[in-house]
Design a protein around this ligand. Sequence first.
Ligand SMILES: [Zn+2]
Length: 259
Amino acid sequence: MAPIARLAMAVLLFSATFINAAPTATTADNDAHIAGYSRAVSAAAPGVKLVYKCTVPNTVAMTFDDGPFEYTADLVKLFNSKNAKATFFINGQNNGKITDYAGAVKQAYASGHQIASHTWDHGDLTTMNAKQINAEMDKLDVAIKKIIGVSPTYMRPPFGNINDLVTKTVGARYTIVIWSQDTNDWRHENDWKSSLKVYQDKIKKANGKGGEIVLQHETIKLTAQELTKRAIDYVQKNGWKLVTVGECLGKDKATWYRK
Ligand SMILES: [Zn+2]
């Protein structure tokens, strides 16, 4: 290979690696932290593998954080009507209390959507010790088990915030899921078209065959009521299958939960 071509290849490889790695924190991300939504900060413990993308071709996994909330039940109905699946990274108490939306959580589970953990009360795990981290996970597991009879084996850390201790502690028991595409819906709550553009531009460009794990928030009204139906249609129109995170990683449903 000619030196120039080799250099170009190296740059390409480097960029690809960089894009696939967690985005770097910025000032805006700190706002995100304050606003209570998501950012992704890197640094996993050695040997702990974080999930950013799907591995099954032609799939897209739409993920909804921070529920359950007042829109959960309608979202489940919407996905069911489109013959599509979603993943809900839920809290015990955040915008809503899990016990107030137990019916919606049960319906989501019964319909084959994936229920995953987003910790009990959405605290920043990177500020906690191992005992506190485990307590955040265990408390929600118990609450979820009371509702659906099983507890999740997949989790997403609040704000996407991780460090060595978090990934070591949580990674021993859960598959840690970040995301490959962020709709940033919380940054423009009243502008769902900008979120849809992430599907139309970035997701399409990133990989025509899908493979993306997309982050949005089920607590945002326009995400639930305007964005999602259009995003589902867009994804399906492109021939990509909307599946859960577990499915998009080729994992059998039995492995998404423990008894
Ligand atoms: Zn969150």
